[in-house]
Design a protein around this ligand. Structure first.
Ligand code: KG4
Ligand code: ZN
Length: 340
């Protein structure tokens, strides 16, 4: 089975071709740059950019891998959650392409795709596992019992962790997206220079919060008056250390709750090397940690093809040929394919 994956939920247009026997044949990504000057994603600009780039990406991917449109057996596109205009571009394209080709089509849950992304790798994690999903829009701890069988253990009650990276970067006068820039600046910074809180570690439970941490950065920057280059590095390191401490502590708690010995870390913040180094320590407690390859931590078409293919192979039927999108779509409302 050959599945085309199409991702357009935010500011990356991603497409990929996944074969059930040969694996990933190829993928292409166009990351939008129009948002940089605004310090965040502008929804209308995102939708227009997807509209311009997604079809040419599919066209060049087919040429690259030497496949034809008629070879495609199924189209998987992101139904949600995400920006509605951006989602609609991928949905309309994916659904109409499937209609024209007379093949299957599935609207995929973007966060399910993130948590399944490590299954594209050579040594994939078996289910069940614990998933830490850390992206620009979500921070979730999920007990993954099987495909579509997700129990939400904890989530951010305010900002997502990627959003906190982005807002902190904006505050420090750095670019967008903030995560990779803060990570780079943190390498030359002192993580003990600024005392920042480790939110919600003083209370029981698995929920997280990152808006207070961002406010603490605002207060510290104001108190410092003008902030020089070294202080930007130190603040980046202090912020990143607070995030890593907090995530590690919550993951350790979640492992105790669900009892799984496998942890999947996915979503854009999963590319952060300081986080990866810290979580590597879980091996001492017999917990194996799995990641997608770096380029599949952030949004991409391959993970959408992967999630769509798994659901198609599990017998999921398309819902009424609709290309309705779901900008808000709780992960734990998903169903096990073929359960009904
Ligand atoms: O998963 P993703 O590409 O998009 C969403 O679904 O949101 O995640 C994007 C987020 C952004 O907030 C970005 O700043 C963050 O992931 N990010 C990182 C790193 N690379 C991307 N955060 C920390 N360290 C990184 N290396
Ligand atoms: Zn994402």
């Amino acid at each position: 089975m050959l599945v085309l994956g199409i991702e357009t939920s935010c500011d990356d247009s991603g497409v990929a071709l996944l074969d059930s026997h040969r694996g990933l044949l190829g993928h292409c990504l166009a990351s939008q740059t129009v948002h940089a000057e605004y310090g965040g994603v502008v929804p209308e600009l995102a939708a227009r950019d997807h509209y311009r780039h997604t079809w040419p990406l599919i066209d060049s991917l087919l040429k690259d891998v030497g496949a034809r449109l008629q070879d495609i057996d199924g189209v998987a596109w992101t139904r949600g959650p995400g920006l509605s205009g951006a989602l609609l571009v991928g949905a309309a394209l994916g659904r109409s392409l499937a209609w024209g080709l007379g093949c299957r089509s599935i609207g995929v849950h973007h966060m399910e795709a993130h948590l399944l992304a490590p299954l594209l790798e050579d040594d994939p994690p078996a289910m069940p596992f614990l998933a830490l999903l850390v992206s620009g829009g979500h921070t979730l701890l999920v007990d993954v019992r099987g495909l579509g069988d997700y129990v939400l253990l904890g989530q951010s009650i305010d900002d997502a962790v990627g959003e906190a990276f982005d807002k902190t970067a904006k505050l420090l006068g750095l670019g967008y997206p903030g995560g990779p820039i803060i990570e780079a600046r943190a390498r030359d910074g002192d993580p003990r220079r600024f005392a920042l809180p480790r939110p919600m570690l003083d209370r029981p439970g698995l929920d997280l919060s990152f808006s207070g941490l961002k406010t603490a950065v605002v207060v510290a920057v104001k108190a410092a008056g003008t902030i020089d280059d070294q202080q930007v590095n130190d603040m980046s390191a202090s912020f990143q250390a607070a995030v890593v401490d907090t995530l590690e502590a919550k993951v350790r708690r979640a492992i105790k709750v669900c009892g799984h010995r496998r942890l999947v870390v996915a979503g854009g913040v999963g590319a952060n090397r300081a986080l990866r180094e810290r979580l590597a320590g879980l091996a001492n407690d017999g917990v194996a940690v799995y990641y997608p390859r770096f380029e599949f931590c952030t949004d991409n078409g391959a993970m959408i093809a992967q999630a769509g293919m798994m659901r198609m192979l599990a017998g999921e039927e398309e819902h009424s040929g609709s290309f309705a999108v779901k900008p808000r779509w709780p992960l734990d409302s998903l169903e096990v394919p073929g359960a009904r």
